[in-house]
Design a protein around this ligand. Structure first.
Ligand SMILES: Cc1ncc(COP(=O)(O)O)c(C=O)c1O
Length: 342
């Protein structure tokens, strides 16, 4: 079976399992897990920030960032397809008591004029706009990369209104690998960053909040409240360290596979691919109206290919470290076969 549903499907390989097995551990609630401490130091330094905090998931990481940046009753601004808005079970309302003002965009990065218009005037009957979120790369928009010039301008805009910037960098690694812009050069524009080790980097579990000492201490407090204080978590941090040290550069292979797949299927009847979106490891493609997307997914599965149904006629395929270029070709052949068979 070729499984292209998500890059979260990666499983630890032999060497990562060895790193897990030999990890030095201690009690991290006491701050005494050496492997977790090392991972936190390395990630903070890589992004040029003071501190980092290991947490179980990208959702917890995003939510801790929002918690430390906001006060109850605030409003935050995010793209209408942002993970924080779309997939995090209304957690900002529950954990931080804030509401999200969403803005639609073409590729995941709302127009700066639209953001400016969405910022609330400082009048007592409005909520206070306290945070703008950027998702880079953008999951639902198909792995699109936020241009660095856009981020710079957004920071200037945010500064002029004293608004904080949060980066949902679950897949910032893919942006870094593709553009060659390093982590610190992205991170310097943001007050808080959430990064995931469990997507394209291939670790089984784990995300980090990356920020200033002050915000990390607040995030540590809220991590405990949310039940995310873990004990001998070096077992997981060891996998994260291994992933960070070995799997970052190779992400380009996933991007090449995504481009290969997109170009192969773009030749197939009944499929439209917006090539402008194929920037990293995700391929969104559209089936023409005559094809039922759920039937299509079912038939692909029967023929050995797993894909995700996104919205309407849109299907998603994601490329990650277990997928080879031969599998990419086979996947395109299966799709062609399915669409040609009655
Ligand atoms: C952009 C983005 N942010 C955050 C998350 C949340 O990560 P987790 O599944 O670890 O909670 C995901 C998960 O796919 C994601 O794609």
């Amino acid at each position: 079976m070729i499984d292209l549903r998500s890059d979260t499907l990666t499983r630890p390989d032999e060497d990562m399992r060895k790193a897990i097995a030999s990890a030095e551990v201690g009690d991290d609630v006491y701050g005494e897990d050496p492997t977790t401490n090392l991972l936190q130091e390395k990630i903070a330094s890589y992004f040029g920030k003071e501190s980092a905090l290991f947490v179980p998931s990208g959702t917890m990481s995003n939510q801790l960032c929002l918690k430390v940046l906001t006060s109850p009753g605030d409003e935050i601004i995010a793209d209408a397809d942002a993970h924080i808005f779309y997939y995090e079970t209304a957690a900002p309302a529950i954990i931080s008591n804030v509401q999200i003002k969403t803005i639609s965009s073409k590729l995941g990065f709302p127009d700066l004029n639209d953001i400016k218009r969405a910022i609330r005037p400082n009048i007592y009957y409005f909520p206070k706009t306290s945070v703008i979120c950027v998702e880079n790369t953008h999951n639902r928009h198909g792995g699109t990369i936020a241009p660095i010039e856009y981020i710079q301008k957004l920071r200037d805009l945010a500064d002029s209104y004293k608004i904080k910037l949060h980066l949902d960098g679950a897949r910032i690694w893919n942006a870094i690998a593709e553009t060659g812009i390093d982590g610190a050069s992205y991170a310097k524009y943001f007050d808080t960053i959430s990064i995931c080790l469990s997507k394209g980097l291939g670790a089984p579990i784990g995300s980090l909040v990356v920020s200033s000492n002050e915000y990390i201490e607040k995030a540590r407090h809220w991590r405990k409240i949310l039940g995310g204080g873990m004990r001998q978590v070096g077992i997981l941090a060891a996998a994260g360290l291994y992933a960070f040290e070995n799997n970052l550069q190779r992400l380009k292979i996933d991007h090449e596979n995504a481009r290969l797949f997109a170009s192969l299927i773009s030749e197939i009847e009944h499929i439209n691919v917006d090539m402008a979106r194929i920037q990293t490891n995700i391929v969104r493609f559209e089936l023409t109206a005559s094809i039922n997307p759920l039937d299509f997914i079912k038939k692909c599965k029967k023929n050995g290919l797993l894909l995700s149904h996104f919205d309407g006629q849109i299907i998603r395929a994601v490329f990650y470290l277990e997928i080879t270029s031969d599998q990419v070709r086979s996947a395109a052949e299966i799709i062609q076969y399915v669409l040609q068979s009655p």
